[in-house]
Design a protein around this ligand. Structure first.
Ligand code: BES
Ligand code: ZN
Ligand code: ZN
Length: 491
């Protein structure tokens, strides 16, 4: 998609035909009233908003005619104090409801630069639509637009460029994830990232199935062996000269998850094209971090395979060997994400980074526990607190979950070092985390494990409920902005 153009002006001048002017609705007593705005409101100041059904609730929008063939969009400011988080959401709500409008001018109350930036970021993110497969009405999803914020708090040119770089990577992630699995398979996902990385100042290295075998990646190979489209491991690395720390990112890249021979029921298979979200997110995060030239070395490992059913698929109870030498009994071939990630976490540990973060649509249990918006966060060392702080600054929702060691017995295998699942076990999200923890290597000195955070994005990667804030339906691009904020926290 072509990205909209961002502008900031300090004063409103005049109404342009066809443009939309966004104005807030708040309450006075218990009545809805227009919020203060830098935009000329005299034409609508007399309206009895209550009788028109206008509300101050968050997510409320209504269109009203404005002078000169323009329109106003009235948006409910909600009942929370204005902040970067609420303004990002308001920008998104307005942008989504004005998807057919090519010029949007925001006259919402902002108190500082951070809020103006958040408003623009939300508006930009809210413009996203995926039109690649709409043969007849592609034009209706042309997202070219001019987005202007009227505010005395003017972000720097660098701040605007930062928003555009980050949004471009969020959109690229959403495009990859929304693309159906007949077009996104291990090889094509690897090539797509290679292409996206051109000119960003990163190196991309791809392991094909022969090299995966030679280098001992039994997890990725075991999951991918049932597919006619062989697996891949992709390393995307940004290594600036002035690097202050080294972050390794590991992403689950199952381009389609049928469950394998432990096959999923038909209804559960819908949505499994989203199972490569973690890989797309970590790959695109490195590209964004490189374009922002942050002084941090970041290495992403995209662990990519298609989990299919065939005569060559891994059988339940087969034993495979992971890159770090540990053996795994594959009790359930549908718990495949942890197998490809085990290889990824092992190789990521070999270079002894300061922090490892994995991103994965790992468990249905995470959605049962957390719903549709929160990402499950687990980890050890400084991992959890680092990711909590980064998510907070990006305005994304994470929830810290425990890794109770008493549950580890559920993964005992009679013949291998560990089993990948246990039928009937409770705490599926936590068991997923406990399994992954076994593949985190030790720090360069001593016996301590490398700091680690695990993000289970099964709840949050795909929005199949109502749109909210800047999040539309389908791929959300969640956690990309958090990973960028994490890298920024080392700068
Ligand atoms: N890709 C799924 C997890 C998932 C489910 C993501 C729903 C998004 C929405 C994963 O590979 C899986 O099937 N996990 C199993 C694990 C179990 C077999 C231990 C699950 O959650 O049921
Ligand atoms: Zn699965
Ligand atoms: Zn999966």
């Amino acid at each position: 998609m072509t990205s909209p153009k961002l502008n900031i002006v300090s004063k409103f001048s005049s109404f342009t035909k066809g443009a939309a002017y966004v104005v807030g609705v708040t309450t006075k007593g218990d009545k809805p009233v227009l919020a203060d705005s830098p935009i000329e409101l005299s034409g609508i100041a007399q309206l009895d908003l209550a009788s028109l059904g206008v509300k101050s609730a968050a997510e409320f929008t209504a269109r009203v005619s404005a002078p000169n063939g323009a329109i106003y969009l009235l948006v409910g400011l909600g009942n929370k104090p204005l902040s970067a988080v609420t303004l990002r959401a308001l920008g998104g709500v307005a942008a989504r409801s004005l998807a057919d409008v090519k010029e949007i001018v925001f006259g919402l109350p902002t108190e500082d630069k951070t809020q103006t930036e958040a408003l623009l970021e939300g508006a930009l993110l809210g413009r996203y639509q995926f039109g690649a497969y709409r043969g007849l009405n592609k034009l209706s999803v042309n997202q070219n637009a001019k987005l202007t914020v009227v505010s005395a708090f003017k972000p720097t040119t660098a701040a605007l460029a930062r928003i555009e770089i980050i949004a471009a990577s969020v959109f690229a992630t959403q495009d990859l994830v929304n693309t159906p699995a007949n077009d996104i398979y291990p090889q094509s996902l690897a090539s797509a990232i290679q292409k996206a990385a051109k000119g960003a100042g990163v190196t991309v290295e791809i392991w094909d199935e022969k090299r995966l075998a030679a280098d001992g990646f039994g997890g990725i190979l075991g999951v991918g062996q049932g597919s006619s489209r062989p697996p891949r491991l992709v390393r995307v690395e940004y290594k600036p000269k002035n690097s202050k720390a080294h972050i390794a990112l590991v992403g689950k890249g199952i381009t389609f998850d049928t469950g394998g021979l432990s096959i999923k029921p038909a209804a559960s298979m819908v949505g499994m094209k989203y199972d490569m979200t973690g890989a797309a997110t970590v790959g695109q995060a490195v590209i964004a971090i490189a374009k922002l030239q942050l002084p941090v070395r970041v290495t992403a490992w995209m662990c990519i395979a298609e989990n299919m059913v065939s005569g060559t698929s891994t059988r339940p109870t087969d034993v495979i060997k992971i890159r770090n030498g540990k053996t795994v009994e594959v009790v359930n071939t549908d718990a495949e994400g942890r197998l490809v990630l085990a290889d990824g976490l092992s190789i990521a540990s070999e270079s002894k980074p300061d922090l490892i973060v994995d991103v994965a649509t790992l468990t249905g249990a995470a959605s049962i526990a957390l719903g549709n918006r929160y990402t499950g966060l687990m980890g050890h060392g400084t991992g959890v607190e680092k990711l909590q702080a980064a998510a907070e600054s990006a305005g994304e929702l994470v929830w810290h979950m425990p890794l109770p060691s008493d549950l580890r017995v559920s993964l005992n295998s009679d013949i291998a070092d560990i089993a990948n699942a246990k039928f009937g076990a409770n705490g599926g999200m936590l068991l997923g985390g406990l399994f992954l923890q076994e593949f985190i290597g030790k720090k360069a000195k001593g016996d301590e494990l490398i700091d680690w955070a695990h993000l289970d994005i099964a709840p949050s990667a795909n929005n199949d409920l109502a749109p909210w804030g800047y999040t539309g339906k389908g791929a959300t691009g969640v956690m990309l902005r958090t990973l960028v904020a994490l890298a920024e926290s080392y700068s």
